[in-house]
Design a binder for this molecule. Sequence first.
Ligand code: FAD
Length: 495
Amino acid sequence: MFWTPNEGLLVRAWYPASTQRAQPRNKRVIAQNQPLFMASPNPKNDESPALKDTKRKRLVVVGGGIGGLSSAYDANHLLRGEVDIVVVSERESFQFTPSNPWIATHQRKPQDISLSLTKILPRHNIEFINSAVTQLNPKRQQLALSNGDKMEYDFLIIATGPRLAFEEIPGTGPGKYTASVCTTPHACEAAEAVDSLTKAPGPVVIGAVQGASCFGPAYEFALLLHHELGKRGGAKLQEQCPIQFVTSEPYVGHLGLKGAGESQKILENIFIKKGIEWFTNCKVDKVTKESVSIEYLEDVGDGKHSKHSKTIKSKFNMLIPAFRGMEIWKSVPGLTDAEGMIQVNDYQQSVKYPNIFAVGIAAHMDSIEATPVPTGVPKTGYMIESMGTATVKNIQAIIKHQQKHGAEDQYPELHTKALLNGVCITDFGNEGAIFLTLPQLPPRRTDITIDGKVATLAKIAFEKYFLHKIESGDTDPYYEKYMLHLIGVDRTQNI
Ligand SMILES: Cc1cc2nc3c(=O)[nH]c(=O)nc-3n(C[C@H](O)[C@H](O)[C@H](O)COP(=O)(O)OP(=O)(O)OC[C@H]3O[C@@H](n4cnc5c(N)ncnc54)[C@H](O)[C@@H]3O)c2cc1C
């Protein structure tokens, strides 16, 4: 089925049965040349641009995670009346990824951290299509979906998150010999593996492999697991399941960020206290049922390293893989880097296609520094939300410019950049750590790690706030602002 952006249509009649379920519940017949949804909350308001403008643009957001939904909600607030917003996501629900480590230790159930997009998005006048994008034709401004539909867009926001590159290391990934907390279904499988471990204890390897960019959850899960083992079987079970931490970072607490304040000292002290041994500058060669084979570099001074290899016996492993971009985008000339991440300029705009934008993990970001074993730079929630806001403001600038000049193919200079602030909150059981790097790229105004019970509470609050935000369609990052204010980061610092 072919679907053009500015056509008026009788929505239900045009959709195949598989997508009809995703349509808004309130049945309305939308006449020719009228928008899919009334943009004004008051449909009687004759001044509403939506009722006047018969040439509304279509903004398609691909991805129903933190990046996609915060962009869609920002568009709903800032571009109301200017665009019809469609979110296309292969997953029907929003799942709050930062809570996955809690799923793996049975502190949360999947339903506690999941929200149905079929139910929520139409309430906010955002159309939801539960399907995967399988192809992009930027010349035609057209997407192909796995349900067989084709869809045109005026503006496209790509927020498809990471492809988890388990295939780069033999034996890694769910179904093989490493558990994962990267998705909620993976975390459910990890929870079962943790149960098996407690019944038949043995050594544990946790960490993040070469090319990984998301280190916080590796530390979080290692320490949460240690705490959980203590809860289930006391010090005895903890001794029976010694944890070894392997990471591509040059030192513990580097986090792909060159550290955050005293993150190295704080995390090393916690590891020492819990008896967790670590290997840094580490490359994982392969994982088998019984062991993890690594190569690691040891600092011998003067910037020199000696190389070692080791096979660590293990019964349970959780390794964060490298995050790469989705294969579908790679086939589009000039859209991605070699790894499939969307190449964007400072305004989240594709360097090749000016009506395509990318936010979240899907967007390319340079590493902060070259490390002896490759690492990437983390992209965390607050930063991702800010990328969405910047994207929508830039699309707004384009729409205004095109309306003024009456030329659909003209693009103005853009001005809004995301605030690339790193805020990562981790829970270790009864304590935790908050890593703050504002901005993430040095020189920084704020560069600290705060540890203790406060981090556990902050993480719980972060989860509740975010789920509420997705449900309510709110866009203001008030939690982050308030939290930063509480810990003394001045609002004038452009947070
Ligand atoms: C285990 C873990 C813990 C984390 N903890 C924190 C934390 O505590 N704090 C923090 O700030 N950040 C954290 N992060 C980092 C980051 O905030 C999350 O990874 C976040 O979920 C990234 O958002 P995203 O929108 O870029 O991608 P995702 O959340 O992965 O969303 C991608 C979406 O795209 C959809 N999709 C993919 N391909 C297609 C396709 N072809 N067609 C249609 N839809 C598609 C997916 O179904 C999904 O809905 C964590 C990351 C991980 C992995």
